[in-house]
Design a binder for this molecule. Structure first.
Ligand SMILES: Cc1cc2nc3c(=O)[nH]c(=O)nc-3n(C[C@H](O)[C@H](O)[C@H](O)COP(=O)(O)OP(=O)(O)OC[C@H]3O[C@@H](n4cnc5c(N)ncnc54)[C@H](O)[C@@H]3O)c2cc1C
Length: 276
């Protein structure tokens, strides 16, 4: 690791001032991505601004028709919060499937979505639920937040404060994990808001999470497995690596869609572990 300075501000205003005064500064959340990146010398910040002590960035609020999660809320808290689990079980289920307990007890929602790893879980939930990302300067719709491979709409020095999820009537998430790393090879989040309003987001398969508008319309007309008849994912533009070709990922999208719908239609979440 290269040398860097370290600061632990207690307020958002202090953190913003530090970031604004140091163009080479980086925010530090759980450090589950940033610290390994520093160790590999892929990032060389002059200053790390640790967000751990900022109370404004923590906590889960469950209100009428929405759930709001602070950026520094850890995956384990999202997975085990009783109110959130009752309001949006698929979101708690997703958080509980991220990595392993050690990572879940330090990794944060804000860090995960700001990093926008194509193989991350939360982007599927944010796009699938049509969440709003509240930053230190504005509110950004999930549709506009994730802009590409490891990139987001965040400006330098802008921090995620909270994520506000509208509460669906029902929702399901299927993660087909890479058996070696546990990261998403292909995932799908489906949310039904009633009145024919359905959102379908696919994560892991492409460079950035994306929606399936034709399937959303079909499920909006008939929220049942029959609406999936004839669905086929075009492999063009999907990720291809040593773990899965684009053609295989396209097949997995259809599997993930079917399983996510099955979970949404059932009372209790299904645990998925293999792409059978
Ligand atoms: C072994 C292992 C397995 C994993 N498996 C999975 C998995 O299965 N699924 C999955 O989704 N993830 C997985 N992860 C990633 C994990 O979910 C982390 O939460 C994620 O890497 C980043 O979160 P963090 O809080 O650690 O952020 P950090 O590493 O601290 O920060 C990541 C980036 O976000 C920026 N940042 C942090 N907070 C904010 C903020 N509030 N506003 C703006 N920018 C911010 C930082 O400056 C940095 O650039 C895994 C990680 C490990 C180490």
């Amino acid at each position: 690791m290269v040398d860097f300075d370290y600061a632990r501000p207690r307020t958002l205003a202090e953190a913003l001032a530090l970031l604004a005064a140091n163009p080479e500064a980086r925010a530090l959340a759980g450090g589950q991505t940033l610290i390994p990146t520093l160790k590999q010398r892929l990032a060389r910040p002059a200053l790390l601004v640790d967000l751990q002590a900022i109370a404004e960035l923590r906590g889960i609020e469950v209100g009428d028709g929405f759930v709001s999660v602070g950026a520094m809320t850890r995956h384990a808290e999202t997975a085990s919060h009783a109110g959130l689990s009752a309001a949006i079980p698929a979101l708690a289920f997703l958080a509980g499937g991220i990595a392993h307990p050690q990572v879940r007890h330090v990794g944060t929602m804000g860090g995960s979505i700001s990093n926008n790893d194509p193989a991350a879980d939360y982007p599927g939930a944010l796009l699938g639920l049509g969440a709003q990302v509240q930053t230190t300067s504005r509110s950004i719709a999930a549709d506009d937040f994730f802009t590409g491979l490891f990139s987001t709409a965040l400006e330098p020095g802008e921090l995620v404060v909270r994520v506000r999820f509208p509460r669906p009537v029902r929702a399901g998430y299927c993660k087909i994990a890479n058996p070696a790393s546990g990261y998403v090879t292909t995932g799908c989040f489906i949310a039904d808001f009633g009145g024919g309003r359905v959102r379908v987001a696919v994560n892991g398969a492409g460079p950035c999470v994306f929606r399936l508008p034709a399937l959303e319309a079909a499920l909006g007309a008939d929220f049942s497995p029959a609406a999936l008849a004839g669905f086929r994912q075009d492999p063009k533009g999907l990720n291809a690596d040593l773990h899965a070709s684009a053609a295989y990922r396209a097949q997995l999208v259809a599997v993930a869609v079917r399983r996510a719908l099955s979970m949404a239609l059932s009372a209790s979440p299904l645990l998925e572990s293999s792409p059978a």
